[in-house]
Design a protein around this ligand. Structure first.
Ligand code: BG6
Length: 482
């Protein structure tokens, strides 16, 4: 429809993110014919490229990163939408020619004055760029919608996040800000809401009376690679916990709104994030396990004495009637044995005579496992009678493998993010209140960690991380799912 027509303006168009994510996503949207009718891209970066030089460069880099060869016919369709504009981000006088370019292109394209700005630059430029856009009148609401997509990191603590947000909010309204958390568009993260809302068997038991604990995992095999300079200042708590892990927790624990509007959904998540109970210093020992993989110090741009955590496992409780006393285990790390992400709901054991009769036997708790990646699926475990016996039990799985379905082709996160922003749908983007609540809670952990460098335990690459199950108790190993 016409309301998606727009001019997309990418700041940082020669950077890693643009070639890894944005250009491949745009290419795939072009393949699927999902781009709006009137759509152009203005690629902005420092280098003095012509549009043709830029396109040659970005195509090559994108193909390299994605190991995909773009089809010429489709590429040239996409390339025709692109215009390159060199710009020094901090030189306000150069924004005038960018404005001229946008005005001219808009007339030609008939993109209705809608502008989708995208910050694919390092966060130190966010404020500068936004200010210059405003001063030089590149944000023009008279002619169409004006939106800004922002990559992480959104600050490094509550104070810096607030400062960044104030800078953005001087120029953009909350409804115009699209703060990216790419976990929110993962198929199975979205499916979590569907599973809860569309099945009578789960929602009535989705609480402390029936659920023993919840475990949320995102493990990676890769180390920090070339991102040492950023990562060493961040660590797992800021890089993964504050955003992706807490977002998954919020979606799992929130009250299901009757209608899944962006506004209601985000308000429910905020409630959960505000209900996170801070870990008391004296309980840290049994609530928080931090680790660093062996050899981390040798990664490029990592400080030789760095005590930055590359692994974190936490046991967390919510101050919330639905979840009183129910531990949430959050586990994430780099250089681990496998790449896997998922959410496991472990139910309590059945009460009453049946379980008493079975005391000789191990009665296994029911588990609902949402597999997010690389496997996408849902597993429900339950107890059944072993055939041919009187009362021996066996645990069986009901297993839905989503990526086994013929023809399943999960769209890349960035395809959906871009389309949602063009549609103006903020459901899969984080509201400022969520960002703030998450940082406030993460801050008490990062300050504790900064004061207790000795708490960070070394672990071998390709392992399960430092030993944490015993310390956190109860954190049943993810591997037990089979
Ligand atoms: C990013 C983090 O937000 O998420 C990275 O900065 C991490 O450190 C990545 O590797 C993980 O994303 P995914 O989609 O591979 O699980």
């Amino acid at each position: 429809g016409g309301e998606m027509n727009c001019l997309m303006v990418i700041f940082g168009a020669t950077g890693d993110l643009t070639s890894r994510k944005l250009v491949p996503a745009l290419y795939h949207l072009e393949v699927k014919e999902l781009l709006p009718e009137a759509f152009g891209v203005v690629a902005v970066a420092r280098k003095a490229y012509s549009t043709d030089q830029y396109l040659t460069h970005i195509r090559q880099k994108s193909e390299e990163h994605t190991h995909e060869i773009f089809e010429d016919a489709i590429w040239s369709k996409l390339a025709n939408r692109f215009h390159y504009q060199p710009l020094e981000f901090d030189q306000e006088d150069q924004y005038g020619s960018l404005k001229k370019k946008l005005d001219t292109l808009e007339k030609k394209l008939e993109s209705e004055g809608n502008r989708l700005f995208y910050m694919a630059v390092s966060p130190e430029y966010f404020g500068t760029i936004v200010q210059h856009l405003e001063n030089q009148s590149l944000i023009d609401r008279k002619h169409g919608w004006q939106r800004m997509m922002i990559e992480k990191p959104f600050g490094r603590d509550a104070a810096s996040a607030r400062e960044l947000n104030q800078t953005l909010r001087k120029v953009f309204e909350e409804e115009e800000l699209f703060r990216i958390d790419h976990y929110l568009v993962k198929e199975m993260v979205q499916n979590l809401m569907t599973i809860r809302a569309a099945n009578q068997i789960f929602e009535p038991t989705w609480n402390k009376d029936h659920i023993d604990h919840v475990q949320i995992v995102s493990a990676e095999m890769e180390g920090v690679g070339t991102r040492g300079a950023y990562y060493d200042q961040a660590g797992a708590l800021r890089d993964m916990l504050q955003n992706h892990m807490l977002q998954m927790l919020a979606l799992t624990a929130m009250e299901m709104p009757n209608f899944l509007t962006a506004e209601k959904l985000r308000a429910e998540k905020v409630r959960i994030l505000r209900s996170l109970i801070p870990l008391a210093p004296e309980t840290m020992e049994n609530r928080l396990v931090l680790g660093q993989y062996e050899g981390y110090h040798n990664e490029p741009k990592v400080a030789p004495e760095s005590t930055t955590e590359t692994f974190a496992a936490l046991k967390v409780f919510l101050d919330h009637p639905r979840w009183e006393g129910v531990p949430f285990f959050l586990i994430t790390g780099k250089a681990l044995a496998e790449k896997t992400a998922g959410i496991m709901i472990q139910y309590k054991l059945p009460m009453g005579s049946w379980s008493l009769r079975q005391t000789q036997q191990q009665l296994a708790p029911n588990r609902l496992i949402i597999q997010i990646q690389p496997q996408e699926g849902v597993v429900l475990t339950f107890n059944s009678k072993e055939p041919g016996t009187m009362d021996q039990l066996m645990t069986v799985n009901m297993d839905f493998c989503q990526n086994c379905l013929a023809g399943t082709n999960t769209p890349e996160a960035y395809e959906k993010l871009l389309l949602d922003a063009m549609k103006g749908d903020q459901s899969s983007f984080t509201h400022w209140d969520e960002v703030e609540a998450s940082w406030i809670w993460i801050d008490h952990l990062t300050s504790w960690a900064a004061a207790h460098p000795e708490a960070v335990k070394s672990y071998p690459k390709g392992s399960q991380g430092p030993v944490y199950e015993e310390r956190l108790k109860h954190a049943s190993a993810w591997e037990e799912k089979e």
